[in-house]
Structures are given as C-alpha cells and as structure tokens.
Design a protein around this ligand. Structure first.
Ligand SMILES: [Zn+2]
Length: 301
C-alpha cells in the first residue's frame, strides 16, 4: 500500500459450538512461526517491484511452495502498459482449495514491492512480505486440515498493487483489477461470497483497521471474532476508506474487506521507507491475523 482516504479497530479456543445439537466447528490454528519463516524467505528475495527479476523470482517461489503443499498453482502472466509508458510483465499466482460448496471466497495479498528510487534495496518486510508469507501458511494449514472448508477458497497473490505514480483506474491494483475483471467476464463473480485482502499484517505493534468501505457484515464478524478471541484491542473500525486490493472486488458488489495495519511506526513512519525491515515483524502478530482469517473461513455463521 496504498492510499487512505480521509475523513478520518481468541487462546485460541479453537472449537466454536454452532448449536447444542451440531458438531463443534473445529477451526485450525495458524502457525505463526511457519508464517514468519515464509515472510523471511520472501523478504530475502529482495526488491520485488512489478516487472523486475525479483518479482519473477517471487512468483516462482510462491508457485513452488504451493506445489510442496500438494496443490497446483496457476500463474496468470500478462503485459500491461503502465503510466511510466512501458509495457510491464505482471504475474498473479492463484490456487484453489475445493470446499463443501462451489461458491467461493477469495483471500488475497500482493507480493510486489513499491519501487522507491531513493531506496533501491527496498524489500518491504511488512509491505508486502508479511501478508504473502501469512497467505502461504494459511494455504498449508487449510490443505492439511482434515475437514474441507465450507466454501471453496481461492487464494490470490497479486502483482502490481503498488502504483507507479498515483492510484487511478490505470495505475496501481494491476493484479487485483485483472482478477476482478476476469471474474466479471466469466460471470463467476455471482458465486463469489467474500473477498478478504491482507496487507501489512506483521507489525510487532499490531493495529488492524477495518475501514469504512468494508462490507459491514464482514466487518462486524471480524470485530466479534476478535472480541471472542481476546484480540479486540488489536482490531478497530476506521471511519476512513482505503484503496487496496479489495477495491476492484468491492466495485463488483462482492462483499469485501481489507485487513490492514496502516499504523506502521508512529504516524506510519516506517511505511515505504528503508525502515520496513524484518526485525519489525513478529510471528505473534501474523498468528493473530491468521486466526481471525481462519474464523472467517470456517465459521460461516
Ligand atoms: Zn505499499
């Protein structure tokens, strides 16, 4: 990320009873240590601006990890002209885990890094290795869980979230706009029940904001689940809206939410700077966010 638009926030008790006569829903737990390992591996690839060798290597790394979990990734590669005037190669990496229903939810993260001329080594530990590493760990956990998820899950690693100059219909969100456009074109959007975007989710000092452009039902469920898991202080609602990878799906009318901590250091001072380094990231924060996503996946009440 990304642009915030003014005006202006579970010990994992892993079994939730849906009613006294139903089997308890067992919600698998996020492995924060494993997620952190994946975050570190992506961070160590180095700068991953769209069209760079680092971006190509990261897409390849993500694809290879997904194969290790016994799943088949799909890599959508295309060339698109950006406001810089150049045709840029973009790659979205997606993978599907079938659920009990064909209706699906999308869980996404961007993996590209902002191209910052003054910080050529920028490798974005929080923006965007944190959410991408967490997403890999969630895929592994869901795949190894004996119970299939209620809805089919489409995990998406987006390229090109970062804008070249300024967010508009032709700059930024290249990967998520591409996926949303394809969903609409195929008519599949009518089967999409939710889109959850993850971004900047690894800060040791975790302050997740659920912005005003989020789907109100999803926003309320996140707040309720966070409260039930004793994580209430890490999640707040914000009156501001935000442009991020949920936006193209939100525009299609799909219930969407961006789970983002846009308070990275005091006054967001580490964001898009050389201070966005791996020492600021904690396995515990990744686990807190991962566990909330798991409740959204498995507890469909
Ligand atoms: Zn960013």
């Amino acid at each position: 990320m990304r642009a915030r638009i003014k005006p202006y926030r579970m010990t994992v008790m892993l079994a939730l009873l849906c009613s006294c006569h139903e089997k308890p829903i067992v919600i698998p737990e996020t492995d924060g240590g494993y997620a952190f390992k994946k975050v570190s591996e992506i961070y160590e690839i180095g700068p991953r601006a769209s069209g760079s060798e680092g971006a190509r290597k990261t897409a390849e790394f993500i694809g290879n990890e997904i194969r290790k979990y016994g799943l088949t990734p799909e890599i959508d590669e295309w060339v698109e002209k950006t406001p810089s005037g150049n045709g840029t190669v973009f790659r979205n990496v997606t993978v599907v885990i079938p659920g009990k229903k064909k209706e699906f939810m999308i869980i996404g993260s961007h993996y590209d890094t902002k191209k910052i001329e003054t910080v050529p080594e920028f490798s974005g530990a929080n923006d965007s290795a944190s959410s991408s590493g967490l997403l890999l760990s969630l895929i592994k956990t869901v795949k190894t869980n004996p119970e299939p998820p209620p809805l089919t899950l489409k995990f998406a690693f987006f390229d090109g979230e970062e804008c070249v100059y300024q967010y508009n219909d032709g700059d930024g969100l290249f990967g998520s706009r591409r996926m949303a456009g394809k969903l609409k074109e195929s008519g599949e959007d009518s089967n999409c029940r939710a889109m959850i975007a993850l971004d900047m989710v690894g800060d040791k000092n975790l302050n997740i904001s659920i912005h005003s452009d989020s789907d109100p039902v999803l926003a309320d469920r996140i707040m309720k689940m966070a409260g039930e898991r004793n994580l209430g202080k890490y999640f707040t609602k914000s009156a501001a809206s935000i442009i991020d990878d949920h936006t193209p799906f939100h525009k299609l009318g799909i219930p969407s939410v961006d789970i983002i901590d846009f308070e990275y250091g005091e006054n967001n001072m580490f964001w898009h700077t050389k201070a966005d380094t791996i020492d600021k990231i904690s396995p515990d924060s990744l686990k807190k966010v991962g566990d909330i996503v798991m409740t959204l996946i498995y507890n469909r009440k």
